[in-house]
Design a binder for this molecule. Structure first.
Ligand code: NDP
Length: 246
């Protein structure tokens, strides 16, 4: 049985990924933000009542030592990580002319530095075992940019640069590294947006609706499969046609 670690595991998209992986035979460890332990325990309990068994570990992905301890605890609970999904992320939207250093730094640290902090802890075990799947959750706004999101778009575009480079470094060792770039998905992150903005966004999506977290989880499962060994360094758009590139 393969083990998967999902950062932001109890968030909107992370939860759907955890459930899909658990229901498809993976041992699942969800990493939650350490400050939200009680919330994560309630989430774990609710899933247990639905027959879905998930281990949880706490940590702050912006902090290298915390990420190291978090992954160490995950390995103790479930064994070496075969599939890592880097899903933790935040937004702090504002136009660049008003953006404060803490708004820039928080978004870069949580969405980009985190991927170094966590992936660095699992890569050597993957290299030793000759198998690994690293799946980075970026965003359509890292591909096309977005008004009010210089910090977020920079972090998410950087994430795919990381994907392409690490994919080249590890391709001969049975490890694939890929990015998924979701469009607008119904989760607490987008529920925080005003109804007016959401309506305008939905109106611009060719498919004519928001995406569902399960639609992201479906592609994570596909990338994690042993049969997807020839897919690496890719950036897979799941955006309802909002952004199309050749
Ligand atoms: P959520 O806010 O529901 O989930 C984000 C998760 O990241 C939460 O569980 C949060 O924990 C966790 N997190 C935040 N900061 C830290 C930290 N310092 N250390 C550890 N964990 C942390 O958002 P979504 O599920 O919507 O987003 C998941 C990913 O998908 C993100 O990377 C996001 O950028 C990306 N994405 C989302 C889109 C959408 O439309 N929803 C579109 C494109 C990309 P807590 O809640 O406890 O703070």
């Amino acid at each position: 049985m393969k083990t998967t670690l999902i950062t932001g595991g109890n968030g909107g998209i992370g939860s759907a990924i955890c459930v899909a992986m658990a229901q498809n035979g993976y041992k699942v460890v969800a990493a939650y933000y350490s400050a939200e332990k009680e919330q994560a325990q309630l989430w774990q309990q609710a899933l247990r009542e639905q027959g879905v068994s998930i281990e949880i570990v706490g940590g702050d992905v912006t902090d290298y030592e915390s990420a190291k301890n978090m992954v160490g605890e995950a390995v103790l609970k479930a064994g070496p990580i075969d599939v890592l999904v880097n899903c933790a992320g935040i937004t702090r939207d504002t136009t660049f002319k008003k953006m404060k250093p803490d708004e820039w730094n928080a978004v870069i640290n949580t969405n980009l530095d985190s991927v170094y902090n966590v992936t660095r802890q699992v890569i050597n075990d993957m290299l030793d075992s000759g198998f690994g799947r690293i799946i980075n959750i970026a965003s359509v706004n890292g591909q096309k940019g977005q008004f009010g999101q210089t910090n977020y778009s920079a972090a998410k575009a950087g994430l795919h640069g990381f994907t392409m480079s690490l994919a080249q470094e590890t391709a001969r060792e049975g490890i694939t590294v890929n990015t998924i770039s979701p469009g607008y998905i119904s989760t607490p992150m987008t529920q925080a947006m005003s109804a007016e903005v959401l309506d305008a966004i939905v109106g611009s999506v060719p498919v004519g609706r928001m995406g569902e977290p399960e639609e992201i989880a479906h592609t994570v499962l596909w990338l994690a499969s042993e049969k997807s060994a020839y897919v690496t360094g890719a950036n897979i758009p799941i955006n309802g046609g909002l952004f199309m590139a050749a």
